[in-house]
Ligand binder design. Structure first.
Ligand SMILES: [Zn+2]
Length: 82
């Protein structure tokens, strides 16, 4: 993990502000979703990208949503042929 040199305070509701240079660097915009991960070093956050539940494919044109789950065209075709 790279130290970015910014300090963030947590407010009463548990919110933090991600500094603008970091939002710009990672292409974070209003209403984007972030995924939080924890490990022995602390907390990491990543911009949430829809991906196939089965294979992790993130190619947007290929992704379909079914009953709230994301599936790619390839996995959909494989399931159809079971
Ligand atoms: Zn897939």
């Amino acid at each position: 993990m790279k130290v970015a040199g910014f300090l963030c305070k947590i407010d009463k509701l548990g919110r933090i502000v991600i500094p603008k240079p970091i939002r710009q660097e990672f292409g974070l915009n209003v209403n984007d979703e972030l995924e939080l991960f924890t490990n022995e070093n602390g907390i990491e956050m990543r911009k949430y990208r829809k991906k196939c539940l089965f294979c992790g494919n993130e190619e947007i044109p290929q992704l379909l949503e079914y009953k709230g789950k994301i599936i790619c065209e390839n996995c959909k075709n494989e399931l159809e042929n079971l």
